[in-house]
Design a protein around this ligand. Sequence first.
Ligand SMILES: Nc1ncnc2c1ncn2[C@@H]1O[C@H](COP(=O)(O)OP(=O)(O)OP(=O)(O)O)[C@@H](O)[C@H]1O
Length: 304
Amino acid sequence: MQSTPPAISFQNVSKTYRGGQVRALDGVSFDIQPGEFFGLLGPNGAGKTSLISILAGLARASGGSVKVLGHDVIDDYAAARKALGIVPQELVFDPFFSVRETLRIQSGYFGVHNNDAWIDELLSNLGLADKAHANMRQLSGGMKRRVLVAQALVHRPPVIVLDEPTAGVDVELRQTLWQFVARLNREGHTVLLTTHYLEEAEALCHRIAMLKLGKIVALDSTSELLKGTASTMLRFKTDATLPASLAGQSRVTGRIVQITAHDATEVETILATLRSAGVPIEDLEIGRADLEDVFIEIMQGASA
Ligand SMILES: Nc1ncnc2c1ncn2[C@@H]1O[C@H](COP(=O)(O)OP(=O)(O)OP(=O)(O)O)[C@@H](O)[C@H]1O
């Protein structure tokens, strides 16, 4: 019996620019299974856009292979591309078409016709029902972004890729978008999300991969990552400079300091270190670490 292929499979993917001077991806391998809601996180320049561009067939890997539902993105481009619905970061449209025409044209690219019922469902779920006849150039930036999402989904792709879909969008669109994408995921669509909003990733993703300097430095279920090393977080305010021994595990925002700890003993050690360094602290809180804390610890610790 043939087993179902992964929704997305990255095998030893590398990407260099400028004749090998810049190594954007360095042997990236992981699979995303059908039905997963998967998060790809990493700081600026980690290689996320390079990986998504290779997946989308917009850029060529320097080495390795990428498959979508078993279809190689180069050798079997049309089938791989048809299986994907990609919501890009940038807004690029033909301004002269209406919203409905834009969606019909996009369907046509994939050989899908007479799908107005699905187009209506997309428009209504993305809060665009009253904009169906508006020309693209009349829409606000947020509304255009909704059309981008509809455009990516119009051929009902089994695998949905969202590349920082909520960068700069308002709360209402975020909620509309996440409700709809979560519904599609419950109905069986695979979702790959890249985002800098770690709260969103924590709330939505079953599994998360973290990229740093082109290498995977963490890959686990969201709950295991949260249970991981930095499970406790101290938060307090101070005007003083922290002792050097704590600086590496601290996040400082103005007067607010957050320090990760592994257990109660480490919390005591941190407090003793602050006391003996004469650092006065106010409004101390001790809580559970969130994904942002885990991310910072992994990025600081990873020697990729
Ligand atoms: N066309 C290019 N020419 C040269 N270097 C490039 C090119 N595209 C990307 N890079 C470099 O490759 C590395 C990875 O970039 P990439 O855009 O994939 O990262 P990213 O994780 O998407 O970052 P961000 O979060 O800022 O979007 C960076 O060092 C970047 O400067």
